[in-house]
Design a protein around this ligand. Structure first.
Ligand code: PEP
Ligand code: MN
Length: 482
């Protein structure tokens, strides 16, 4: 049995609002109430906080702190995800499995953003629809674990639950859940988002720039050379737009959103704010929050909390998820049938997606429930290498993406996007790909705090291969119309 959350008297955050334009009207109901109903239900994967007073103090402080995002921004992302659900946009969601406090640096954030933008430019061209860019960033500090404790040489300690909770070193002090870390995570997330917003607004990362970076990958790496033709097409498209004098805002500024697993409910509840326009509660720790595979119990605290916030939300669906469960999530989390409110992130594994996904998509579609379907090709394909490293094969990852596309093509539904764990650095955590990382190479730069991530080159390769799938899909659609 997993530990349930400790009870902390809730501070009322109703005095602060998420809206930039202060509204004269009072909130319809206090989010302090709506953000607390989860406390009556079992909450999986919460740490045992040994010092409840210290937790109360931190949570009270967070409840008075400024939210990190605005309700309007969350609504905008919801509209974008509505387009994804209708097949009019494609979602690219990616970043670390687990962010770390010591890993927050300008260089790391820039490298990650660059990688995502490079992926986005080729996907945009191939899909011929906008690519919605969402980072696993600025809040991805809490990790669900398969066991609450870890034993080494006969010593048992609490498991490492991410930098939001404790520290990975195997000592009792390091593994003690420290609520002060929630405050540090909030501050690290604020600093990260500040830089992300500056990059996004400042034009330091526009489409042309991203394409120029891609040319480096194409021209200088054996992995990249196979994609010369597609890259040349992007060059021609950009030259054509420039020749037409097209310099729209879209090409200069980049719209970028932040997401993380809404795992630690004390943190999420403390950062819930009323939208001053409507009085409705929003989680202001990030634009999009998702419920993980291990915390999606329909009668659990996470689904309850998520049912109360108005952000766009996602649910991870593993190989054992049933079609009835998918419908039940839609009922609980999107009773109004709002487009863009609910995304299903499917992570079944390359060997199971073709067999298990169709029933879910069919039932949800038959019930006219608007959802965006997104493929996480990482979490169903993890295995342990002989060296003991947790890893994933690039070929399995691509096979799952292909399987996901095949299922949607067969059913006439939309493969809405991809959700991947990646870094802008040249790590050796996943094997395979054009750069040919072998199992024997894993020890060289194995730096993840949790799951193995695609490195920069593998991420670009995934984007080019996914672009080719989108291209084939477009070809089929055009053929069907003519
Ligand atoms: C994750 O996204 O890092 C994760 C733990 O995924 P899942 O909940 O799908 O296992
Ligand atoms: Mn992970």
């Amino acid at each position: 049995m997993l530990p349930t959350t400790s009870r902390t008297p809730s501070p009322s955050p109703a005095s602060t609002s998420t809206s930039a334009s202060a509204s004269a009207s009072a909130p319809a109901h206090a989010p302090g109430e709506t953000a607390e109903s989860w406390r009556d239900l079992p909450a999986a994967q919460q740490p045992e906080w040994p010092d409840p007073d210290a937790l109360r103090q931190v949570v009270t402080g967070l409840a008075k702190a400024p939210g990190l995002v605005l309700a309007q921004e969350c609504d905008r992302l919801k509209r974008r995800l509505g387009a994804v659900a209708r097949g009019e946009a494609f979602l690219l969601q990616g970043g670390d499995c687990a962010e770390t406090l010591s890993g927050v640096s300008g260089e790391a954030i820039e490298a990650k953003l660059r990688t995502l933008l490079q992926m986005a430019v080729v996907l945009t061209h191939a899909a011929s629809v906008p690519v919605v860019k969402v980072g696993r960033v600025a809040g991805q500090y809490g990790k669900p674990r398969s066991r609450p404790t870890e034993t080494r040489d006969g010593v048992t300690l609490p498991v490492y639950r991410g930098d939001a909770v404790n520290s990975p070193e195997f000592t009792p002090e390091a593994r003690r859940a420290d609520p002060g870390r929630l405050r540090r995570v909030y501050e690290a997330s604020a600093a990260t988002l500040n830089l992300v917003r500056a990059f996004a607004a400042g034009g330091a990362a526009d489409l042309e720039q991203a394409h120029t970076w891609n040319r480096g990958f194409i021209d200088d790496s054996p992995a990249g050379r196979r994609y010369t033709a597609l890259s040349d097409e992007v060059s021609r498209a950009l030259r054509f737009m420039a020749a037409c004098g097209v310099r729209p805002h879209e090409l200069r500024a980049v719209e970028f959103f932040a997401s993380h697993e809404g795992l630690l409910l004390e943190y999420e509840a403390a950062l819930t704010r009323a939208d001053s326009r409507t009085g409705l509660p929003y989680a202001t720790s990030g634009h999009l929050l998702w419920i993980g595979e291990r915390t999606r119990a329909l009668d659990g605290a996470h689904v309850e909390f998520f049912s109360r916030i108005r952000n766009p939300v996602a649910v991870k669906l593993g190989p054992d998820a049933t079609a009835d469960e998918a419908l039940a999530y839609a009922e609980r989390l999107n009773p109004l049938g709002e487009e863009g409110r609910l995304t299903f992130v499917v992570r079944m594994g390359a060997d199971r997606v073709r067999e298990r996904l169709p029933a879910l998509v069919e039932k949800v579609t038959a019930n006219s429930v608007p959802v965006a379907w997104v493929c996480d090709p990482m979490h169903g394909n993890t295995f342990e290498a002989a060296s003991g490293h947790k890893t994933r094969r690039f070929e399995d990852i691509m096979d799952e993406v292909q399987g996901f596309f095949d299922v949607h093509a067969a059913l006439g539904t939309h493969a809405g996007g991809i959700h991947v764990e990646l870094t802008g650095d040249d790590v050796t955590e996943c094997v395979g790909g054009g750069g040919n990382v072998r199992e024997a190479d894993l020890h060289r730069r194995y730096e993840t705090a949790c799951d193995p991530r695609l490195n920069h080159t593998q991420s670009l390769e995934l984007a080019f291969l996914t672009a080719q799938m989108l291209r084939r899909r477009k070809g089929r659609e055009q053929a069907a119309r003519s």
